[in-house]
Design a protein around this ligand. Structure first.
Ligand code: SF4
Length: 208
């Protein structure tokens, strides 16, 4: 990073020292290193994944952003790229993988399917957006989005990381973060966060 990019503009460094000295904040230094080493998890769900693979190849070159190290394990991943149709059969696995990622962690919904169900919205087997179960940081429109659109989404995520503060983000607060309850696939998908409501509504009605 150039000294101009690292320094806080409100702290003036004398002209003759500007090539040797930079005054900055811990947030800015920490976020600068994090945003340039965001490792994506290596998994794809449907056709959008082909565009994600293209973005990782030499023409678009994710290495420019420090993001080329696609990890085969959620334990080593910083960002989950949800690239494709999120089916009811797949969402329990997605939530489990999300829970297994260490914090700080981010999610990008790539394409119309991951964002809202896309062309399959309200299909019997499709979740109408991955954000129904896990928090999404960046949405990328398109069916499919181009590799350029994915790059734009990744740069948008970098901007978001840049703006975060160690004092405010949830994962640096005291106490462990709660995992998201993994949904259960039975005859239909059961969201375990609504288990109490489901149980209440499924009580047999007493005869009058
Ligand atoms: S958004 Fe379009 S290209 Fe992407 S997974 Fe859905 S149908 Fe395929």
């Amino acid at each position: 990073m150039s000294p101009e990019g690292l320094s806080k503009p409100e702290y003036q460094v004398p002209q003759e020292m500007q090539n040797q000295v930079a005054l900055t904040t811990l947030d800015r230094l920490y976020n600068w290193s994090r945003k340039n080493s965001v490792w994506p998890m290596m998994f794809g769900l449907a056709c959008c994944a082909i565009e994600m693979i293209a973005a990782a190849a030499s023409r678009y070159d994710l290495a420019r952003f420090g993001m080329e190290v696609m990890r085969p394990s959620p334990r080593q991943s910083d960002v989950m790229l949800v690239s494709g149709t999120v089916t009811k059969k797949m969402i329990p696995q997605i939530v489990r993988l999300y829970n297994q990622m260490p914090e700080p962690k981010y999610v990008i919904a790539m394409g119309a399917c991951a964002t809202s169900g896309g062309p399959f919205k309200e299909g019997y087997n499709v979740v109408a957006g991955v954000d129904k179960f896990i928090p999404v940081d960046v949405y990328i429109p398109g069916c499919p989005p181009t590799p350029q659109a994915l790059l734009h989404g990744l740069m948008t995520l970098q901007k978001k990381i840049e703006g975060q503060s160690l004092k405010e983000v949830s994962w640096y607060q005291k106490g462990p973060g709660e995992p998201i309850p993994v949904p259960v696939l039975g005859p239909d998908l059961i969201d375990m966060r609504k288990a109490a409501v489901i149980r209440e509504n499924s009580q047999p009605v007493a005869d009058a």
